[in-house]
Design a protein around this ligand. Sequence first.
Ligand SMILES: NC(=O)C1=CN([C@@H]2O[C@H](COP(=O)(O)OP(=O)(O)OC[C@H]3O[C@@H](n4cnc5c(N)ncnc54)[C@H](O)[C@@H]3O)[C@@H](O)[C@H]2O)C=CC1
Ligand SMILES: O=C(O)CCC(=O)C(=O)O
Length: 391
Amino acid sequence: MYKILTLNNISSLGLQRLPREDYEIGSEISQPDGILLRSFKMHDMVIPDSVKAIGRAGAGVNNIPVDQMSSRGVPVFNAPGANANAVKELVLAGLLMASRNINSAMKFASGIEGDDAAISVAVEAGKKNFVGSELPSKTLGVIGLGAIGVRVANAALSLGMKVVGYDPLISVQSAWQLSSGVEKAISLDHLFTQCDAVTVHVPLIDATRGIVSAERLKLMPKGGIIVNLARGGICDDTAVLASLNKGHTSTYVIDFPTAELMKHPKVLAFPHLGASTNEAEENCAVMVADSVRDFLDDGTVVNAVNFPEAFMPRNGGTRITIANANVPNMVGQISTLLANAGLNIADLLNKSRGDIAYTIIDLDGDISEETVAAIRGINGVLSMRTLPSKA
Ligand SMILES: NC(=O)C1=CN([C@@H]2O[C@H](COP(=O)(O)OP(=O)(O)OC[C@H]3O[C@@H](n4cnc5c(N)ncnc54)[C@H](O)[C@@H]3O)[C@@H](O)[C@H]2O)C=CC1
Ligand SMILES: O=C(O)CCC(=O)C(=O)O
C-alpha cells in the first residue's frame, strides 16, 4: 500500500487514477511515499525521508525544492501542457480587457444611477472615455514559446495581430507547433522595441527574474500592455508601476497580485486564475497522478523535471531502480555487486539527464537485504527502490 499526501485540492478525476486497494490518499498522511500538490510552497516544509516522488498538478515547479529532491534521488513530476489552453484563454481575455478598457468601462456602468432614461443618457455620454483599439492593429511579443506561449502566439495571429516571439531554448516540439507566421525576435530588446503588448510565458528562474525591466519598458511604444500570467518576479513590478504612472505603459495584466499592484487603477489583477478551469484541473491531476503511479508501481519515469525519461516493460521478476550521480562506472559497480550475489540481470535500462542517472534492472531472482544495502552504499547512489515481482 502506497501513501499519498495531498497538499492542495487535487481533482477527483486524478485521484481516481490511484486505485484505493493500493493507494491511501489524504491531506493528513504521515510518512507518505508520494506527494501531490498544486501551488503549495514546499520550500519551508520538512519533506519526510519516506517520500519517493512528488507530483505537481500543473506546469511551474518554483514552489518545490527541486534541487534538494534531485540530491535525494527523488523525481519531481509536472503536467506539461495540461493547463496551457486555460492560460492561453485568460491571456486573450486580459489582452481584450486591456485594449477595450473593459474593466474601467464596467466600473463606470455599474456606478451609473437613475432610471432607464437617465442611464441611457449617461451611457451614451460616458462611453467616449473608454474608446479602445482593435487587436489587428497591434503587435504582440511572446516571451517563452513553450506549451502556453505557442498557443498564445498562434491564437493572437489568428485574431489578426502581428506576433513576434522570443525563446532561445525553444523545443523541437514547440517549433513544430508554432505557426510560421510568428516572427522571430533576435533579442529581448528587439522584441520590446517592436511590440505594443508583451506577454511572458517562461518559468521563474534566475535567468528570467526581472526580464521585463525599466530599460525594456522604455523600448516599447507609448501605451503598451504587459501581461504576466507566468509568475510574479518575471516582471520588475516597481518598474512596471513607474511606467504606468508615467503613462508610458497603459495596462499591467497580472495573475500574481501584491498589495501595491492591486490598488493601482491601471493594473488588472487576477487571483492566480490562469489554470483554474475544470478541464485544466482535471488534465493536470490525471497526468501527474499517472506519472506518480507509474513511478511508484514500476519505476517508470514520464514527465519528470529532474529525471531522464525511463520506461522498460516488466518481465515478471524483481525490479530494482537506482538514481545516482551521473559519473562513470556506476552501472559497473552495481552489476558487480549483483553478480557477486549470484543474481542474473534479465533486463537493464540506464538513462541520464544532467547530473542524474537512473537505472532500472529486472532480476531473475530475489535480491537480499545485504545486496540492497551494498548497492545503497556505493558512493554516488542517491536512492534505490526494490519493486516486487509482478505476475
Ligand atoms: N497562471 C497560471 O495559473 C499558470 C502559470 N504558468 C506559468 O507559465 C510558465 C510557462 O508554462 P508552460 O508554457 O506550460 O511551460 P513550458 O516549459 O512548456 O514553456 C516554457 C518556455 O520558456 C522557455 N524559456 C526558458 N527560459 C527562457 C528564457 N530565459 N528566455 C526565453 N524563453 C525561455 C523554454 O524554452 C520553454 O519553451 C510556467 O513555468 C508557470 O510558471 C503555467 C501554468 C498556469
Ligand atoms: O494549480 C494552479 O492553479 C496553478 C497553476 C500554475 O501556476 C502552474 O501550472 O504553473
